[in-house]
Design a protein around this ligand. Structure first.
Ligand code: ZN
Ligand code: ZN
Length: 424
C-alpha cells in the first residue's frame, strides 16, 4: 500500500529508490521494429541502452549495480537469436517482480513478471502502415521467454480490459503463439443498441477459444465488492517466497449506473476491467480506459477500502483528458505513473494514433504530475492541447509514457521500493 512504503514516499522530492543499473532491456525494442519498417537501421546498442530514471540531480544518487546482473549492451531486437539473450541478464532477484509496459504504439500491453509466472494485460495496439503492434508484442514476448525459458512460453493469465482494438488486436496472436491458461475479460461484445465495438471480434474469438482451451472468467461489476474480487482464475499465480496478490476492481455494468450519461454507458471504455497487483508492499494498478463517469463510480465503490491506493498507476485511457480526475488521484496517491500511448511525433498512420487522438492530453498530464511523489531526470516531450495539436513540455516527475520513453520496465520489490528502466 502506498502509505506503507518505507522508501520516502511522503517526501515530495524523493527519487525513485534503489536504482538497478541492469544495462539494456533483455527484450528487443518496438522502436527497432518501427525503425525497420521505415527503412531505417535499428538503433545501435549504445544508443538503445536503457536509461534508468531516478538518479536525479538533486541528490546525485549513484546507480546501484547488483553483482551478477549487469551485462554489456547488445544490439537490440531484429536479429536476436537465442545466443543474443542471456537469461541471467533478466532474471529477477529474490523478492522482485517487474511490470513491462511494452511499447505497442497507441494502445496497451502490460506484462507482469513474477518468479514463477506471468500475467499479460491487453495485447495492443497500433497497426498501420508505419507501426505494427503485433510484431512489436511478439518480438518482445519471444525475447522475454528466451530469457525465462523455464516459463515454457506460458502466460498464466491473459486479461483483456475491454473490446477496443487498441487493447484487443493482438489476442489471436497471443493464443496462437503462447500457452494461455486463464483468461479474464469484461464479457462485453455489443453496446446497448446491439452494435459491436472495434475489438469485439477479437474478444469474442478469445472467449470462444478460452472456453475450449483455458479457464474463462468474465467480470461483471455487480460481482465486484468493495475492496475487489479475486479467485483462482483472476489470481492463478502462486510463487514461493513473495507471492503476488491479484484482484479486479471493476468490470462491465449490465445496467446503467446512476449518474452515467447514455453516451458513457454505451462506451466500452467505462466497462474496462481494472486490475490491482500487490507484491508485498509494492502495488500496481491499471484502470483500462475508464472515463470520468466510471472513475467516479470506481472511487465511490472502493472508497475507504484503500483498494485504489497503489504506488504505480497505469493511467486510464492513455492520458486522455476524460480519464483522470483529482478524485482518483487522491484515492491512488501514486508515486509513479505510466501512459500507454503511441509516439505523438508519428503524424502518419491514420485515425488510431496518439497524434490523431491527441494523447496524452496536457491537462491530464498536469493533473498527474501534480500528484506524483517521485522524480525523474528532466525530459522534453510532446503533450496534446487538442487532436493533432501538441506542444513541448518539460517533465521531471515520475511519469513515463511508451510514446515518450519506448518500453518502460518497473521493478517492484516486496519492501515497497521501485526501479524504472526506459528504452530511450
Ligand atoms: Zn484504449
Ligand atoms: Zn478503449
Amino acid at each position: 500500500m502506498a502509505n506503507e512504503v518505507p522508501s520516502g514516499s511522503s517526501n515530495a522530492s524523493a527519487t525513485i529508490g534503489a536504482i538497478a543499473a541492469l544495462g539494456m532491456l533483455a527484450a528487443p525494442t518496438a522502436v527497432s521494429v518501427a525503425n525497420a519498417q521505415r527503412g531505417r537501421a535499428p538503433r545501435t546498442a549504445e544508443s538503445a541502452e536503457v536509461r534508468c530514471i531516478g538518479a536525479s540531480a538533486d541528490t546525485g544518487a549513484a546507480k546501484e549495480t547488483r553483482p551478477g546482473t549487469r551485462k554489456p549492451a547488445r544490439t537490440p531486437g531484429l536479429h536476436a537469436h537465442p545466443g543474443d539473450v542471456e537469461p541471467a541478464a533478466s532474471r529477477l532477484a529474490e523478492g522482485e517482480m517487474r511490470a513491462h509496459y511494452i511499447d505497442v504504439g497507441q494502445g496497451v500491453a502490460t506484462l507482469y513478471e513474477f518468479s514463477c509466472g506471468v500475467v499479460l494485460v491487453d495485447t495492443g495496439g497500433e497497426v498501420n502502415g508505419v507501426f505494427d503492434s503485433d510484431r512489436a508484442l511478439e518480438n518482445y514476448l519471444d525475447q522475454f521467454f528466451l530469457a525465462r525459458p523455464e516459463l515454457s512460453r506460458t502466460i498464466d493469465l491473459l486479461v483483456l480490459s475491454h473490446p477496443h482494438i487498441d487493447h484487443a488486436h493482438g489476442a489471436p496472436l497471443v493464443t496462437s503463439k503462447y500457452t494461455v491458461k486463464n483468461v479474464v475479460t469484461d464479457g462485453l461484445l455489443k453496446d446497448p443498441h446491439g452494435q459491436s465495438y472495434s475489438g469485439s471480434e477479437q474478444q469474442q474469438a478469445l472467449e470462444e477459444w478460452a472456453k475450449a482451451h483455458a479457464k474463462l472468467e468474465t467480470i461483471s461489476t455487480k460481482k465486484v465488492p468493495k475492496g475487489g474480487k479475486t479467485d483462482g482464475v483472476i489470481d492463478p499465480i502462486a510463487c514461493a517466497g513473495q507471492d503476488p496478490q491479484i484482484r479486479v476492481l471493476w468490470g462491465a455494468s449490465e445496467e446503467q449506473p446512476e449518474g452515467w450519461s447514455d453516451a458513457a454507458f454505451k462506451d466500452a471504455n467505462n466497462h474496462s476491467v481494472a486490475l490491482r497487483v500487490d507484491f508485498g508492499k509494492a502495488s500496481f494498478l491499471t484502470t483500462g480506459d475508464l472515463e470520468v463517469d466510471a472513475v467516479r463510480s470506481v472511487v465511490a465503490l472502493h472508497g475507504t477500502s484503500h483498494a485504489l491506493d497503489a504506488d504505480v498507476w497505469e493511467v486510464s485511457h492513455h492520458g486522455s483528458a476524460n480519464g483522470t480526475n483529482q478524485a482518483i488521484l487522491d484515492a491512488i496517491t501514486p508515486q509513479i505513473a505510466t501512459l500507454g500511448t503511441g509516439d505523438p511525433a508519428r503524424t502518419t498512420g491514420g485515425a488510431f494514433t496518439a497524434f490523431a487522438f491527441g494523447h496524452p492530453r496536457e491537462d491530464a498530464v498536469d493533473l498527474i504530475l501534480g500528484s506524483l511523489t517521485r522524480k525523474r531526470p528532466d525530459i522534453h516531450v510532446l503533450a496534446a492541447t487538442g487532436q493533432k495539436e501538441f506542444e513541448s513540455i518539460d517533465v521531471n516527475e515520475a511519469l513515463c509514457a511508451t510514446g515518450w520513453d519506448g518500453t518502460v520496465v518497473i521493478t517492484g520489490r516486496g519492501d515497497g521500493t521501485y526501479s524504472v528502466q526506459t528504452e530511450r
